[in-house]
Write a protein that binds this ligand. Structure first.
Ligand code: URA
Length: 253
């Protein structure tokens, strides 16, 4: 594989940046500075450094983002800023997409990947991947409301939600854990009990916790452990799919 292709594939540098980095002596292969970025390397065995940092080869990229408000969870939008716009240029070119959507005003954990098959698997309604959200709402959640929401509630369009878990911290704030993700689901669930969500932040998804040290709007690659947790959930998800008869395999977020 060409060195510049290796660097673009891993989302490290664009081809132009790779060329400039080589000329500036910032690229090393097996400890030796290289002057050209079009040389061929063995991505599995050669050791590449960019600006002193080792760059490991991986087939797919997995990114954790702490989504801020006011940004849409899409790959492109003619009018609005997307989560992809928050990434550096090199990462914008490797076809990452958000694994499940958050509303424009929802904050918190978003996983971006270019591992299409796994993301599709994970998002299928049959997969039961848990998503935990911190919420604040306008009115106190009564014990009856909590029970109704936890057992599953009929939304305004007639959809019956699946059972979920709610842990109240204060009368108007707590955590809700869903295993599905219909459009505006939590907001509509709370509307169904005459309440209103004022703040929503995803703090966990498919076994991965939002890194509390990651500032709002910032991103970082998933750690090896997080990537393993993610792919483990995908594995479990695959087991569930095989059990489920005739899954339509549709995205529902
Ligand atoms: N439920 C919502 O209402 N909005 C989100 O962004 C996520 C879940």
């Amino acid at each position: 594989m060409r060195l510049d292709k290796f660097l673009t594939h891993t989302g490290t540098l664009t081809r132009k940046q790779a060329n400039a980095a080589a000329k500036a002596g910032k690229l090393c292969v097996n400890g030796i500075a290289v002057k050209r970025s079009d040389i061929h390397i063995d991505p599995e065995n050669d050791i590449v450094h960019y600006a002193g940092q080792p760059i490991s080869y991986h087939k797919y990229t997995y990114i954790m983002m702490n989504k801020p408000a006011g940004i849409v969870s899409a790959t492109n939008d003619p009018k609005q800023k997307t989560v992809i716009d928050l990434l550096p240029e090199a990462l914008q070119k490797i076809h990452l997409f958000p694994c499940g959507r958050l509303d424009k005003d929802t904050l918190g954990l978003l996983i971006l990947t270019n591992d299409g098959a796994s993301a599709h698997n994970l998002l299928s309604p049959k997969k039961h991947a848990e998503k935990v959200y911190a919420f604040h709402c306008r009115r106190p959640v009564t014990p009856q409301n909590q029970e109704q929401l936890e057992q599953g509630i009929c939304l305004s369009d007639g959809y019956q939600t699946k059972p979920c878990k709610i842990k109240m911290e204060q009368p108007t704030s707590g955590f809700i854990t869903l295993t599905e993700g219909k459009y505006h689901q939590i907001k509509r669930m709370f509307e169904a009990v005459d309440n209103q969500i004022l703040y929503l932040e995803r703090i966990s998804f498919a076994g991965i916790q939002l890194d509390s040290a990651l500032p709002r709007g910032a991103w970082r690659p998933l750690s090896t452990e997080e990537e393993a947790a993610f792919t483990r959930t995908i594995g479990q998800a695959n087991d569930l799919t095989q059990d489920a008869e005739s899954s339509k395999n549709t995205f529902d977020e």
